[in-house]
Each structure stands twice: as C-alpha cells, then as structure tokens.
Design a protein. Structure first.
Length: 214
C-alpha cells in the first residue's frame, strides 16, 4: 500500500483516545479531494510516499511503541482493501482511530473495532458536493466523531443545518481553519448556540500545532 509516513506524536485533534494522547500516526498517500485549506498537500498524490507491505508497517508501528494509532491521509479509504487487511492485523492489539474525509462509504469500516473520525466538508472547502450523505445516517456509535472544519459564519450555520437534518448520535466537533476563523470566536459562537449546548459539541483545536509538534 502507498504510505507517506509513520511517526510518533500526540493526537492534536479530537479522537476516541482524547486530544493530547500519545499516538503513532500512519499517513496514507493519495486524496480525492482538494480542500482550499488543506494542510497536508504533500500527501495528496498517489505517487507521494512509498510502497510498504503490511509486515513493514507493523514493524514500524511496534518500533514506535504507542498503544494508540491514528490512520490518516491523504484519504485512507481510497486504499480500502489494503486498509482492511492492515486493520485485521492491528485491531486486537491497538486502539485505532481512522480519519476520513466523508466522501466514501464508511460502512466498510463498521466490522472493525475502530473509531471513525469523519469530516463533513463545509462550503469554504469547496468540496461539499463530494460528501457521501448516507454516511450521516451511519454515525450512530458513541465512539465515532463527526468533525466540521469552520472558516466563517456561513460554514458554522451550514454545520448546524446538517446536524438538525440528520439524526447523528456520534460526538460532534468543530475546528477552526487557521488564519480564517479565530478560535475564541468559534468557541463563543458554539457557546451561544442552545442547539450545540444540548448536543454537547466539542471545540477541537490543532494542539500539535500550538505546541509546534509534527
């Protein structure tokens, strides 16, 4: 499978292991979307990174020594058969989160003991048209997370609209686009929403960037 990098850091964003938890990251190469605010453009292309076998990945993961694993990208579901094969080998020994951009059917991951952290791309991303809407009916497990990356008030209002339309039972998180949405402003907007108060929504900042970590 095509992997851009494997490294140890902290979970800087919301996941089932909590922000700040020590973690090994497996970053898959290749993404089908081109979000305007993407901060991992280096991993967008299929020819980025290198080909690794499952034994090579497992060896690298063991070397890092972390209980928690976050599989990210790129977009991991573009290599779904390879991803499934990897999960078969890892799921019994590790606490795994998978970050996905919301454009592919996440039901393919439900048989595995993993947490799904799924983005819903809002208008500022220019990628909302690619969202696979049936995913919103699948996010019924408490260990799964729906994340909205917010650049402006239009994004924020669209996120509220989506939440009201679909019966999403998963944890809901809001994250500001760096340089476009002030973190404090987003926190205030959230705290002034009676709907989000009832939902128990979470503000997720990129903690690893605040600490100048990878």
């Amino acid at each position: 499978m095509r992997v851009f990098e494997i490294f140890s850091s902290i979970n800087g964003e919301i996941c089932n292991a909590h922000q700040g938890s020590l973690c090994t990251f497996i970053r898959f190469s290749w993404c089908n979307l081109r979000c305007t605010y993407c901060d991992t453009k280096y991993a967008q292309n299929l020819d980025s990174g290198r080909e690794l076998t499952i034994p090579q990945i497992i060896k690298a993961v063991r070397k890092q020594g972390n209980k928690n694993i976050t599989i990210t990208g790129g977009e991991p579901l573009l290599q779904i058969e390879n991803l499934k094969a990897l999960l078969y080998e890892l799921e019994e020994s590790y606490n795994i989160s998978i970050e996905t951009n919301g454009s592919y059917d996440i039901r393919q991951l439900l048989p595995f003991s993993v947490s799904i952290v799924m983005d819903y791309k809002l208008p500022s991303s220019e990628m909302e048209k690619f969202m696979y809407k049936p995913n919103l009916d699948v996010l019924t497990r408490s260990e799964d997370i729906l994340k909205f990356v917010v650049a402006d008030e239009k994004d924020f209002n669209r996120a509220i609209e989506i939440l009201k339309k679909y019966g999403i039972l998963a944890t809901v998180a809001f994250s500001p686009v760096k340089g476009m949405m002030d973190s404090r402003k987003l926190a205030i907007m959230m705290s002034e929403s009676s709907f989000l108060k009832k939902r128990g929504a979470v503000l997720s900042l990129q903690l690893h960037k605040l600490l100048d970590l990878k």
